[in-house]
Design a protein. Structure first.
Length: 173
């Protein structure tokens, strides 16, 4: 029995020291792991901010390029037939949209939904103006009608998309 107490006298303090050391080391390592994860997140944020900013710039440019006032002037040519203008306008809007599809990963769902709505509104205005035209109208008449429809509506979707994008950019900085 004496031998057992003698052994216990040496083992018990060793176990206490081991347990305390284990706890301290575990807490320290947990803290270090959290700091490393946070540093990784911070680095990712620092790297992604320029990408997000560039994505927002591209989407604003997209919205301005599909704005009917700019679009009609950019696409129409002298002597162009209205059917050709109609198809080119639709094609340009769709191509611009497809070119910027990847930008949605850097934007909020709300902002991207508003961008899609703005695109659909422009396509709708182009098609509505084309339906209103008769055989006597020219491409210039179609362009004027598209711009007129756009101005009548005050492009709610376009303006809403720009407003939300600007708000998200302000939140970044």
């Amino acid at each position: 029995m004496n031998e057992f107490l003698e052994i216990l006298k040496y083992i018990l303090p060793s176990l206490v020291v081991f347990a305390a050391s284990f706890y301290v080391i575990r807490v320290f390592l947990d803290h270090e792991i959290k700091e490393l994860k946070q540093a990784g997140k911070d680095e990712t944020r620092r790297a992604s901010v320029p990408l997000r900013f560039q994505a927002y710039e591209r989407i604003v440019l997209f919205l301005e390029r599909i704005n009917p006032e700019n679009l009609v002037l950019r696409v129409s040519e002298a002597g162009m037939e209205k059917e050709l203008l109609h198809s080119r306008l639709l094609s340009v809007v769709r191509e611009e949209y497809e070119h910027n599809l990847a930008m949605q990963i850097y934007m909020s769902d709300q902002a991207w939904e508003l961008v899609k709505n703005a695109k659909e509104e422009v396509l709708s205005d182009i098609n509505a103006a084309a339906v209103m035209m008769d055989g006597k109208n020219s491409a210039a008449d179609l362009g004027s009608k598209i711009i007129g429809l756009h101005l009548e509506k005050k492009s709610a979707a376009h303006d809403a998309a720009l407003k939300v994008i600007k708000e998200e950019i302000r939140e970044m900085f």
